[in-house]
Design a protein around this ligand. Sequence first.
Ligand code: MN3
Length: 247
Amino acid sequence: MKRRDLLLGSGAAIAAFSLGARTRAQNALVAATGEETFALPQLPYAYNALEPVISEETMRFHRDKHHAGYTKNLNKAVDKYPQFKQFSAETIIGNMGALPGDIRRTVRNNGGGYVNHSIFWSIMAPPSQSGRPLGALASAIARDFGSLEALQEQFNAAGAKQFGSGWAWLALEPIGKTLVVLGYPNQDSPYMQGLYPVMGNDVWEHAYYLTYRNRRKEYLAEWWKIVNWAEVSRRYEAALAWIPPSL
Ligand code: MN3
């Protein structure tokens, strides 16, 4: 077993919520031994587990090619400036202005891609395990949107009108503790704006084109069948306690 697998499989140290996000101590350990700093996370389910909403072929290309590419390029950028290896990828992309100019664009695109996809895998589940929003999240959705259906409508609209590649996000604004729906281009992340990403859907063509072709709206509508509401609800609880970290 590779050490990367050992690290990702080390049970309590890495709960589902930190999928893809190593602790500072783990990053330091990896940095000291010269291995890659940020590891491509394993999927928490089989490649075909999200069918028929997302096909096995899409999942294989999406994780093994696209997410692997972002991971590799983020690692290359921090290899140039090892002082950043002690921080989580979320902390790094939350402090773009503090990064050296020559890696800023690379980190924006690939650090964003690394973090966004790590969240994305974790907030999906097989259709039979999708569930409903729980506890504090259910109340916050009612408070900030009126109903789950109204949130879904706003979220789908954000995804549908994103011109070109990007993401639809549900994020928590940490001062007012308000939920907001956002559409961001490319691999931009709510972390880059000081917001906590509660959930996001990838509307790059690579996320849906093999199955849905040009029918992005259909993909957006179907996607709700595989939202892992238990994990999204847990992320909302984490968001309430979150303070944007600095480098
Ligand atoms: Mn993608």
